[in-house]
Ligand binder design. Structure first.
Ligand code: NAP
Length: 295
């Protein structure tokens, strides 16, 4: 039996349509236009393409949208001043600093300088702490996208055994923390695996929902997956180039094998990837509403 494909492209499109209506409504009823600034330091090609995609999506949705490009040698103090300016700008509701930053800049210092109410990436310790105690304002975008994929594909999360492979601060730990909360769309029993986990297969085989964010191509094979599990593959690994010079992407899950064991699975590309930018947009709309005391 072949698994149902959970399409991030389709679910992201659905959410963006809802957001577009929300943005129009905010403008009409409250005269509010969500504002997002993306700050790019240097010209790392992957970062340029991520920022370009974020800008395009925010403009398509009708945001007030600024792209602020800075030279790779900008002083840390100047970057902090720039953030402080946007912290005070009432037209800007969300500030996104594209990572990674050049080596001479302390990434944490920069991220922690963002006003937590404008931290639409959800990386500020205040927002991480709020997530932990079940009072999140912003969920980090990739875990938020994963949760929406599960909810909108009709996956039963409450009471499920969820196994997460990977414990990074941007994916593994926050998704585990979100799904264990005493809330709708959560209430799962969660296990986190990492490189020091003994006999990972004994854990993954228990997962009704298996979320893999390891950055290790095809590291999860069919023999590690519980028959009928829902598998979310977060991994994006560049494993080669097409003759036309396009990157060949591979997930962390051996899709061809696992699709015959799982009941549902996300593809790579077209699974978690498209959700991440969409959830950034959703967070920005939420920040705009919060600033106006709506909702
Ligand atoms: P990361 O910071 O490198 O963390 C990887 C985690 O996986 C670590 O906790 C590591 O364990 C664990 N790990 C690595 N290999 C493992 C293995 N063979 N068995 C068990 N655990 C293993 O990566 P990340 O930032 O979380 O990203 C993970 C993947 O998701 C990457 O491919 C990345 O490109 C992708 N990603 C996609 C999106 C998207 O929007 N689609 C967003 C973010 C990330 P240790 O802690 O013990 O080292």
């Amino acid at each position: 039996m072949s698994a149902k494909i959970i399409s991030g492209n389709e679910i992201a499109k659905q959410i963006r349509e809802e957001l577009k209506a929300d943005v129009e409504n905010l403008q009409k009823k409250h005269n509010i236009q969500p504002g997002l600034v993306t700050i790019l330091v240097g010209g790392n090609p992957a970062s340029v393409s991520y920022v370009t995609a974020k800008q395009k999506t925010s403009k398509d949705l009708g945001f007030y949208s600024i792209q602020n490009d800075q030279q790779a040698d900008i002083a840390e103090s100047d970057l902090l001043k720039l953030i402080s300016t946007y912290n005070k700008d009432p037209k800007i509701h969300g500030i996104l600093v594209q990572l990674p930053l050049p080596k001479h800049i302390n990434e944490n210092k920069v991220l922690y300088a963002i006003d937590p109410d404008k931290d639409v990436d959800g990386f500020h310790p205040v927002n991480v702490g709020r997530l932990m105690i079940g009072e999140a304002r912003f969920y980090p975008c990739t875990p938020y996208g994963i949760q929406q994929l599960l909810i909108r594909s009709g996956t039963k999360i409450e009471g499920a055994e969820v196994v997460v492979v990977g414990r990074s601060n941007i994916v593994g730990k926050p998704i585990a923390m979100m799904l264990v909360q005493k809330k709708d769309g959560a209430n799962a029993t969660v296990t986190i695996c990492h490189t020091k986990t003994k006999d990972m297969k004994t854990h993954t085989l228990r997962g009704d929902i298996l979320i893999v964010a390891a950055g290790a191509p095809k590291s999860v094979t069919a023999d590690m997956v519980k028959p009928g599990a829902v598998v979310i593959d977060v991994g994006v690994n560049r494993v080669g180039m097409t003759p036309e010079g396009k990157a060949i992407l591979q997930g962390d899950v051996d899709f061809e094998e696992v699709k015959d064991t799982a009941s549902a699975i996300t593809p790579v590309p077209g699974g978690v990837g498209p959700m991440t930018i969409t959830m950034l947009m959703l967070n920005t709309v939420r920040a705009a509403k919060m600033a106006a005391g709506i909702g």
